[in-house]
Design a protein around this ligand. Structure first.
Ligand code: FES
Length: 304
């Protein structure tokens, strides 16, 4: 049983904007249509946008979908989100924002939010008369997953935009790897490459520093009140996800937060990190010093 938010269930049981929009020949109005997915893969979405030509504004949006609870809820959310936006504004809507509108989606269902964002792009580029292959270089990359016809370009985009760290997550977002599994090693390679590129860019932009922002809500006005346990756990997880894991993954390893007891942070080292003779140094340098730097000088990291 999936753990859906109330908003997902609300839009599933009572979807808003379901149906098509027909061209009526009304002056100054055009209908844009975008379609993604395939029945063979289990999800398909056709999005209709009613556009005011003079202002480029989306006056109405409707959808038709063949899919699960999250596909219906994501499509419905998308139509609510884009109404009133110009086409350029709508192009900036990301799959993350669709999921956020729903109060989150189970990770295994994130591909539904990706499908919504792709249908939106398809509709707008159709409207502008730009052939899909010309704007959507997803189709121009190297085919990685033959089961779902997914290219490396599409996988790279999903990894970069959603900060994905494992092949399993890639499957959840774009389905690649979810069939015979023979492409999983290639997906791991792509993740590593994207993380290395990102780490390089961060280095170029910020020197040795990284950019995780610690939310101001973690502190009181004087920034002296100790973190609550919940805040501490959330912050440690955030620093691990954003600053530590990408570096380890780029090197063939990974780390998982196991538990936090007082100032002791217990982690599980994985992949190359787990079997590496320099794992102690990895702990001390890559993880402990980073957590001390970012959260508290008293933190001690140990592997379990
Ligand atoms: S080739 Fe990707 S799952 Fe089969």
């Amino acid at each position: 049983m999936w753990d859906y938010t109330d908003k997902v269930l609300e839009l599933f049981y009572d979807p808003k904007n379901q149906g098509a929009i027909e061209e009526t020949g009304e002056a100054g109005i055009k209908v844009a249509t975008g379609e993604v997915g395939s029945i063979a893969c289990g999800d398909a979405l056709r999005l209709h946008l009613k556009v005011e030509v003079a202002s480029d504004k989306i006056l109405d949006a409707r959808f038709q979908t063949f899919g699960c609870t999250s596909a219906i809820a994501s499509s419905s959310a998308l139509t609510e989100m884009v109404k009133g936006l110009t086409l350029d504004e709508a192009l900036k809507v990301t799959n993350k924002e669709i999921a956020a509108y729903l109060g989150g989606l189970p990770e295994a269902k994130m591909h539904c939010s990706v499908m919504g964002q792709e249908a939106l792009e398809a509709a707008i580029f159709n409207y502008r008369g730009i052939p899909l292959a010309a704007h959507d270089d997803d189709d121009e990359g190297t085919l990685i997953c033959t089961c779902f016809s997914i290219t490396d370009t599409k996988i790279r985009k999903a990894v970069a935009q959603n900060n994905l760290l494992s092949a399993e997550q890639v499957t959840n977002y774009v389905k690649a790897g979810g069939g015979c599994g023979s492409c999983l090693a290639k997906i791991d390679d792509i993740i590593r490459e994207v993380k290395q590129e990102t780490a390089k860019q961060n280095l170029n932009t910020n020197g040795a520093k990284t950019t995780t922002e610690i939310p101001s809500s973690m502190f009181n006005e004087g920034q002296q009140r100790p973190l609550t346990n919940v805040q501490k756990i959330a912050l440690i997880q955030k620093v691990l996800d954003e600053e530590v894991r990408p570096v380890l993954i780029a090197d063939g390893g990974d780390v998982e937060l196991y538990d936090i007891v007082g100032d002791k942070v217990q982690v599980i080292l994985k992949g190359a990190c787990g079997s590496c003779s320099s794992s102690t140094a990895t702990l001390k340098i890559a993880i402990e010093s980073r957590l001390r730097d970012r959260i508290s000088k008293d933190i001690i990291v140990e592997a379990v």
